[in-house]
Design a protein around this ligand. Structure first.
Ligand code: C2O
Ligand code: CU
Ligand code: CU
Length: 497
């Protein structure tokens, strides 16, 4: 029994036709095929221009609009250069990119490039707010391996609201390895970006921002790429799903409804050393997984989220949505399929940044809305890191709440979980990791370059409500001899660039 008042109220107000799709209880097998009546929208690839100076330029307009998230109703939403979500930005390793961001919202926002290695002044965190009507022009050289990254707002205290209203987009990086590997790459056909979010709607079709739980807003309706009830027609033997958990506080445990295996080929920071066959993949807010699903002509396969099995220490798991099950996306294979190459046995090699038993450089304790007993203070630098160093961070969830841990500027390797080697799904490059209550995660990361005495990077819990409540800290990366400059107490880099 789901006891949340808000959930019951929400359900009672949702028209019957939608309630059938609001599968908070395990749906009957095959039910997605019945309720998934709308083709999955594919975010367009953002146009860009390549100047004579070699810079690839993009433009994003942050704007208000309305979207048929539910069939029938229009929901007031926010989007990047559109009514909801944003176009997929795409660039190659080594390229210099510049993005002109114009804020047409009635309030300040920022655009953070989640997973990107870039100068702190262009990171788009809470120190790079863009006032209504203002523009911001970050510019950097893409210097990391091919990966599925994303962008979203990061205004201190208001990130959950901004993301709930629809602000999120993909940023894909390509490189020579992805050119070389025979993976599904035809965008929108066999290489599909898929952002999974949960929403609760008011009677008149608005996004219900009331009644947050201790993990934030939990919805009873799944929206994929911005709509509820989506299906996708698969026309190739293999389809690659670049899945992003773009939810505020919901954990998913993704599986295919008939329990078949899929291949995990990539995580937050890029491709794995080799594909890993799995039947389930957990994904906490902000994390990505690239999976390849093999289908037979004419069949229906449903991507589903199962209850979260690993609930140790979370006595309020039901309230936090751990028991819920949802149909996420109906995959319908066409009657004839274009052949796909077998997956390569080897993808992208990875060498360890540090030995598994390396003593931690720093320790972080997660509890309530705090990291190391502190809540975020925009004017406090929590630590400084000498550039070109590899650090080992020990992160422990001391709480009986679920949390996760995200670090800006870097991708990290999980050296150990409670002293044991991580499972294969957590053995690749990560920028966000789920932290189970009581467990300790040992992370290794390298702060290669990009020093700045003024602008910090963030580390935080990516449950957006926790982040908004101050479960976040700030670090500077400093050159030898560099000292922290006084913090700016205005809105930071408003109008910067
Ligand atoms: Cu995706 Cu600091 O965030
Ligand atoms: Cu980030
Ligand atoms: Cu948290």
């Amino acid at each position: 029994m789901v006891s949340r008042r808000g959930f019951l109220t929400g359900l009672a107000l949702v028209p019957v036709a939608y309630a059938a799709g609001c599968s908070i209880r395990p749906p009957a097998p095959g039910s997605a095929a019945g309720t998934a009546t709308r083709p999955l929208p594919i975010p367009p690839q953002a146009p860009s221009t390549l100047g004579a100076d070699g810079v690839r330029r993009f433009a994003l307009r942050v704007q208000t609009g309305s979207t048929k998230m539910l069939p029938g109703n229009r929901t007031p939403t926010w989007g990047y250069s559109g009514s909801v979500l944003g176009p997929t930005l795409r660039a190659r390793r080594g390229e210099e990119v510049a993005v002109t961001v114009v804020n047409d919202l009635p309030e300040p926002t920022s655009v953070h490039w989640h997973g990107m290695h870039l100068p702190a002044a262009f990171d788009g965190g809470p120190h790079q707010m863009i006032a209504p009507g203002a523009q911001w022009m970050p510019r950097w050289r893409v210097d990391q391996q091919a990966a599925t990254l994303w962008y979203h707002p990061h205004p201190h205290g208001a990130t959950e609201k901004h993301v709930q209203r629809g602000l999120a987009g993909f940023f894909l990086i390509d490189d020579e390895a992805t050119d070389r590997l025979d993976l599904p790459k035809d965008y929108g056909v066999e290489d599909i970006p898929l952002v999974i979010q949960d929403r609760r709607f008011t009677a008149d079709g608005g996004i219900d921002e009331s009644d947050a739980t201790d993990v934030g807003l939990l919805g009873d309706t799944i929206v994929t790429n911005g709509i509820a009830g989506a299906h996708f027609t698969v026309t190739t033997e293999r389809v690659r799903l670049r899945i992003l958990n773009g939810s505020s506080g919901r954990l998913y445990n993704l599986a295919l409804a008939d329990d078949r295996q899929f291949q995990l080929i990539g995580t937050d920071g890029g491709l794995l050393p080799e594909p890993v066959a799995l039947k389930q993949i957990p994904l906490s807010p902000g994390e990505r997984a690239e999976i390849v699903v093999t289908v037979r002509a004419g069949e229906n396969v449903t991507l589903r989220s199962l209850p979260i099995a690993d609930r140790d220490g979370i006595d309020r798991a039901a309230e936090f949505g751990f028991d819920d099950s949802f149909d996420i996306l109906a995959l319908r294979a066409a009657d004839t399929l274009r052949p796909s190459a077998a997956l390569p046995a080897a993808l992208v090699p990875m060498s360890p940044l540090a030995a598994a038993n390396t003593a931690p450089t720093r320790t972080f304790e997660l509890q309530w809305f705090m990291i190391n007993n502190h809540r975020m203070d925009m004017n406090r630098i929590d630590m400084t890191i000498p550039v070109d160093t590899t650090e080992v961070w020990s992160v422990r969830n001391k709480d009986n709440w679920p949390h996760n841990f995200h670090v800006h500027d870097v991708q990290f390797q999980i050296l150990a979980i409670d002293g044991n080697p991580p499972p294969p799904a957590l053995s690749g490059w990560k920028d966000t990791v789920y932290t189970a209550p009581g467990a300790t995660y040992t992370l290794a990361m390298h702060f290669a370059d990009h020093t700045d005495p003024t602008f910090p990077y963030m580390y935080h819990c990516h449950l957006l409500h926790h982040e908004d409540q101050g479960m976040m800290g700030q670090f500077l990366v400093l050159a030898p001899g560099q000292r922290p400059a006084p913090m700016r107490t205005d809105m930071g880099a408003m109008g910067h660039g």
